[in-house]
Design a protein around this ligand. Structure first.
Ligand SMILES: Nc1ncnc2c1ncn2[C@@H]1O[C@H](COP(=O)(O)OP(=O)(O)OP(=O)(O)O)[C@@H](O)[C@H]1O
Ligand SMILES: [Mg+2]
Length: 359
């Protein structure tokens, strides 16, 4: 029995675009299916030429089509969508709305967690990357927004080399395993850093945030620029319903700056959910996180020890949470993610106050 067109289409509905997370049939990417006895030839139209995800399509087509009864061989060709097709796809992904809306495009159910600090170098990006990995490990659909226009180290820490795909002005975040990542850093070379400063800043950020297509997410973790400057304030205003986590190192001086970041978060209407102390241990001591939490009257979510493995794995593009799932630091990071997750369900933070602090 030769395979039918319907069977091939049905099999193709199980081939998922890794970034857009929808079947190629639904995305109108199947350009052609030719069946000649046991030979099947398929053409898929990609959003960009030289798309780095070709191998994934190839694997999925082999898995789903080549295994159909009656199929002897499958060949897969790629084509590129025309501008009209891209516009149609973009409209479809936006739910039929062809005009772009202002502000960040997120589902109502998506939780936005802003990781903030009073100053640079306290481990904000490291925590963002690892908390994202932790949420993803807890089974949540997780996105990371690297919004630190001064730093943008997150793509490197997560080992993401591919650039975002742009479909008719819609920016599609690259994926790493189940994580979606968008970084302002991806656009710094093309546009120059100018638009991310000064009077253009707010509009540039607004435009950027509305152009990114996140799809369905449970949580979006944002690496905020350090301190209380223009960028941090603009972003604070553009992220709806954001909840802020303030990172501090244990020293008293670090705490004072962190207080300012905390108050800034409050001013921009973010709900402060807690403090994470980072780099605790012999060198910097500990207790700064606890004092800051007291001062801001929010819970201490946890304390991460100074742990060289955090830096080593980040340098290699692998968050510690994934690289060493059994390390004590990973356990503390997972515990923090869980605590944050529970504050949502409890609609409050009271329970967190009882948690003991490691280190
Ligand atoms: N708990 C930790 N133990 C050991 N090293 C750490 C820890 N946290 C962060 N680091 C290292 O400290 C350095 C600064 O961390 P990171 O880049 O995450 O900080 P940041 O606050 O994002 O800094 P920036 O302001 O430059 O963006 C990095 O080399 C990182 O690997
Ligand atoms: Mg950083």
């Amino acid at each position: 029995m030769a395979v039918t067109r319907e069977q091939v289409h049905e099999a193709l509905s199980r081939v998922i675009d890794p970034e857009l997370r929808k079947p190629v049939t639904e995305l109108d990417m199947v350009r052609d299916v030719r069946i000649d006895g046991g030979q099947v030839e398929i053409t898929i139209a990609l959003t960009v030429a030289g798309c780095p995800l070709r191998a994934s399509f190839q694997d999925q087509v082999s898995e789903h089509v080549a295994t159909l009864p009656g199929v002897e061989s499958v060949s897969l060709d790629f084509d590129v969508m025309s501008p009209d097709e891209k516009a149609a796809l973009s409209a479809k992904l936006r739910g039929g709305v062809s005009e772009r809306t202002k502000g960040i495009s997120l589902d109502k159910g998506t939780r936005v967690l802003a990781v903030a600090s009073g100053k640079g170098g306290v481990g904000k990006s490291t925590l963002t990357a690892n908390l994202a990995a932790a949420f993803s490990s807890l089974g949540q659909r997780t996105g990371v927004l690297d919004a630190d226009v001064y730093g943008h180290s997150i793509p490197h820490m997560l080992g993401v080399q591919q650039r975002p795909v742009v479909v008719d002005k819609m920016i599609v975040p690259p994926v790493r395993d189940e994580l979606k990542l968008m970084s302002i850093g991806f656009f710094l070379d093309e546009n120059g850093p100018i638009m991310w400063r000064g009077p253009m800043l707010h509009r540039a950020l607004e435009q950027f945030l509305s152009d990114v297509h996140w799809g369905e997410l449970d949580v979006l973790i944002v690496d905020m620029p350090p301190g209380t400057g223009d960028v941090a304030i603009s972003l604070g205003q553009l992220l709806p319903r954001a909840e802020a986590i303030v990172v501090t190192t244990p020293q008293p001086a670090a705490q004072e700056v962190a207080v300012r970041a905390g108050l800034m978060a409050r001013k921009t209407n973010m709900r402060l959910i807690g403090v994470v102390e980072n780099m605790a241990g012999e060198v910097f001591g500990s207790g700064g996180g606890e004092r800051l939490a007291e001062e801001l009257d929010i819970p201490l979510l946890g304390s991460i020890r100074l742990d060289p493995a955090l830096r080593e794995h980040a340098d290699e593009g692998e968050p510690l949470v994934w690289a060493e799932p059994d390390s004590p630091t990973t356990h503390e990071l997972l515990r923090i993610a869980q605590t944050i997750d529970e504050t949502k369900r409890e609609q409050g933070v009271g329970i967190v106050k009882e948690l003991h602090v490691l280190s």
